[in-house]
Design a protein around this ligand. Sequence first.
Ligand SMILES: Cc1cc2nc3c(=O)[nH]c(=O)nc-3n(C[C@H](O)[C@H](O)[C@H](O)COP(=O)(O)O)c2cc1C
Length: 396
Amino acid sequence: MLKDKKIVLGITGSIAAHKIFDLIKLFKEAGACIYPVMTQKATYFLTPLSVEIACGNKVLIDMFDSPLQHIELAKKADLFLIVPATANFINKYAIGIADDLLTTAALAYRGPFIIAPAMNWRMYESPQVQKSIEYLRSIGVIFVGPEKGSLACGEEGKGRLAESNKIFEMAINALTEKDLKDERILITAGPTRQYLDPIRFITNKSSGKMGYALAKMASRRGAQVKLISGPVNINPPLVDELIKVETTEEMLKAVMDNLNSASILIMASAPLDFEPVETFNRKLPKNSIKSIQLKLCPDILKEISKIPSKTFKVGFSAEWGLNIDRAKKKFKEKDLKMIVLNDISVEQSKMGSDYNQVVMIYKKEGKFIEEKTPLLHKEEIANYILSKIKELIIEG
Ligand SMILES: Cc1cc2nc3c(=O)[nH]c(=O)nc-3n(C[C@H](O)[C@H](O)[C@H](O)COP(=O)(O)O)c2cc1C
């Protein structure tokens, strides 16, 4: 993801400095080159040697060790990241003080800049720090955190360093080309539930991973994303709005309510097809039920195909076997611009897997085109699908 991206990682004198190793690991796994710079005060909290070993690059501290390294760092960096950032650093950077290697290189640098503050809540809430943050935000600096919680000094409040994966996600966001910035994408994900009584329901094995991957990648690529999610056990990605639903009817209503404000709809959820004919508003004694009769739930894509809309609609078709003809039939019936077929009988791409292999089916000059992707992580499949949607929209 970050292959060969050059990241200058500034570490300042905060008690949270020891948390940097988790973040360094994430960057290394993603293929980034990390150039660590520590302030003199940061060396009270961490040994430069341990940072150097974790990053695989020499830690730079003193501006006068090698002349012009502050300019070299500023010129080569794709991203500048300060984790953790002290109140001292934030205030100095806001008014352009350059009295050590980190602040001097930061001042010379032009490009995406992320700051993850960590400090006692009294320092964070001080008018000086708040004014500096407000100013830095106004010139495009991105802040991640701090979070509320228990602080190293024993107090509670806003000042904890943001979680490493949140900072990592922000860094990837900042380095991703915003080719979908003009799109408003509505994505559905996960299963739905249909209740028999207040505590019993039927559902399916959908994990929501494909829809969440689409939402994550679309956000990274600059789209405004609304994610409508059935009940899942995965952390939500950073999106503009997350709408949680349970039943197929709730999902249908959420899609209807948001359809016309979306330029693209991607139905990556697996809404339940069946619901009990008879439902009960209190828990049934176990002997009172002999069998459950089912009826069909509303088909969301079919329902919305009845409404005139300019939204570019993409459906998913989970099939037991590569049933291309069935997918094409759905494409026509549901007034879609693309249908994504996945064969859930295959072990590597079964429901719940992190991987998928799909066939994207769409029309060009009146003829169906079938395009099969390799077996890839769902995040990469999401990028394939988003790029294809973009291409089809551009071609009109
Ligand atoms: C034990 C200890 C912990 C500290 N933790 C923080 C902190 O979390 N955040 C902060 O802004 N300052 C903290 N400070 C104060 C900074 O180290 C101090 O302001 C220092 O000048 C920062 O220098 P730097 O920004 O050049 O790294 C701490 C100081 C001590 C002694």
